[in-house]
Ligand binder design. Structure first.
Ligand code: SF4
Ligand code: SF4
Length: 94
């Protein structure tokens, strides 16, 4: 994955239209059916080539909701984000 929406998501919808590659789906279409929005890891490009930082995280009003996660092979990713941050716990915007 590239970025991940965690279970503190309040399903406000602020992120979904910000994604340049339509990687985000709403709570109705979340395959985990957990009431949160969801990022498809095979679509997310960490906004490389689109924005200076992940646009979803910039738009999200819930502190710490969107976190870094592991890179998917062949997907664009931000080189400056090390493995130490790709733990599914470190917020994209702190
Ligand atoms: S980081 Fe960018 S490409 Fe990835 S889900 Fe968020 S807005 Fe979409
Ligand atoms: S902006 Fe944040 S809180 Fe709102 S739906 Fe997206 S991830 Fe959830």
């Amino acid at each position: 994955m590239a970025v991940k929406i965690t279970d503190i998501c309040i399903a406000c919808g602020a992120c979904i239209d910000e994604c340049p590659v339509e990687a985000i789906v709403d709570d109705d279409d979340n395959p985990n059916n957990d009431g949160c929005y969801f990022v498809y890891n095979n679509k997310c490009v960490e906004c490389v080539g689109h924005n200076d930082e992940p646009a979803c995280a910039s738009a999200c009003p819930t502190d710490g909701c969107i976190v870094w996660d592991a890179v998917v092979d062949s997907q664009p990713h931000r080189d400056d984000i090390g493995e130490d941050k790709r733990t599914a716990h470190v917020p994209v915007v702190e």
